[in-house]
Design a protein around this ligand. Structure first.
Ligand SMILES: [Fe+2]
Length: 384
């Protein structure tokens, strides 16, 4: 016998009946027609930092490598690569205050670059850093840059472990007369995987990223009133699988960088890399654990300038046929196992944000209040 609607209980950090909330997905996230282009991969992420040498030391311990020709011009920029084929995946420019600047994405062909320039009125420019190429620099609704690039030369990958370790299972022994000794070393970063932004106008940002990059929403978390507030978006590469998320947009009182993530080999690489970073005295933030949406094994760190960065491995991938899934937003939905989300990960409203909310529209105020409630509920009572 079907459960009466008013008795349906939604699982999660708390329990709601159907009377208490709109089912996730009742307010769907829109696709807004065909995008201008569909980007095919990440290229790099960019920051401003006061101390390039300290940033470089951290990134080396985090598992990146100074890019060939990284000393550009007056030494005011730092280019770091991973072990994969991108000439660099991380760039930091020297500046008085630390901050996130933007990110770059690869286009499929030169015609796409020309189309972007023509349709946006933005110029094609030479790309800075190793590898050359061209870019069109756009600005998202909150002012962060998004470079769409073409023609960057790839480099030979660096040697590192790329295969999984042989695993002994109760019924299958893949290591006989062989011990497992994983080295204490930086977790080799393969590539720049994704970044998460808090955005000041969720609908405007989602429309912009969808229409300029062709993103697809993989999983969307909604408030109890049904509003989408956290979208995990992947690249549309047709039948080629894409990471569960490449850009994540989170509704909030203001625009800010939340974290960026870098793919490494597997769980052993993450944990040995964690030990290595701890030995070097860097600031650990959250992990190791496994996410629910995206399934990645994760480990979060704070760089010397306070930016959250994540090692991850074993994430989900989807082609463009998977429909969007909707979920009730709650803290427990962010991870499957591991320690609770650190309190510092929850955005702290500034005085100006509170003033803006008090003076602003009631709908956004209500939505942010629902989000706060969702993040405040302790999802695993046994974790202190
Ligand atoms: Fe992440």
């Amino acid at each position: 016998m079907a459960t009466p609607l008013d008795q349906i209980v939604y699982p999660g950090s708390d329990q709601y009946t159907a009377e208490e909330l709109a089912a996730p997905g009742t307010i769907p996230i829109g696709l807004h027609g065909e995008p201008l282009v569909k980007v095919i991969d990440t290229a790099y992420i960019a920051f401003q930092v006061p101390d390039l040498q300290r940033q470089k030391a951290f990134l080396a311990d985090f598992g990146m490598v100074a890019a060939q020709g990284e000393a550009q011009g007056d030494g005011a920029s730092l280019y770091m690569r991973g072990y994969g084929t991108a000439p660099y995946i991380y760039v930091a420019h020297k500046g008085s205050e630390p901050g996130f600047l933007g990110a770059g994405f690869l286009l499929a062909c030169e015609e796409d670059l020309q189309r972007v320039a023509q349709d946006t009125g933005r110029p094609m420019e030479a790309l800075d850093g190793p590898g050359g190429g061209q870019r069109v620099r756009l600005r998202d609704p909150d002012g962060f840059f998004v470079d769409l690039i073409w023609g960057r030369q790839q480099v030979a990958p660096l040697p590192t472990r790329s295969e999984g370790l042989p695993v002994n299972l109760p019924g299958t022994k893949n290591r006989v007369n062989r011990a497992l000794r994983t080295p204490l070393e930086p977790s080799p970063v393969q590539r720049f995987g994704h970044y998460v932004l808090m955005v000041s106008d969720f609908e405007a940002s989602w429309r912009w990223y969808r229409s300029h990059l062709g993103l697809l929403p993989t999983d969307v978390q909604c408030t109890t009133s049904g509003h989408p507030v956290l979208a995990f978006c992947r690249l549309d590469r047709g039948e080629l699988p894409s990471d569960h998320h490449t850009v994540v947009l989170a509704s909030g009182p203001r625009a800010t960088y939340m974290h960026s993530a870098y793919e490494t080999v597997d769980q052993d690489a993450i944990v040995q890399g964690q030990q290595y970073l701890k030995q070097k005295g860097w600031r650990h933030f959250w992990g190791m654990g496994r996410h629910i949406l995206g399934s990645q094994i994760f480990d979060y760190w704070l760089d010397p300038h306070g930016h959250e960065v994540e090692h991850y491995a074993d994430g989900d991938v989807f082609d463009n046929t998977c429909p969007t899934q909707y979920h009730l937003m709650d803290r427990g939905g962010l991870w499957a196992w591991g320690d609770d989300v650190p309190a510092a990960m929850k955005p702290k409203p500034r005085f100006a944000d509170i003033v803006k909310l008090v003076l602003g529209g009631g709908a956004k105020r209500k939505m942010l209040f629902e989000m706060k409630r969702a993040m405040d509920r302790a999802p695993r009572p046994w974790l202190k």
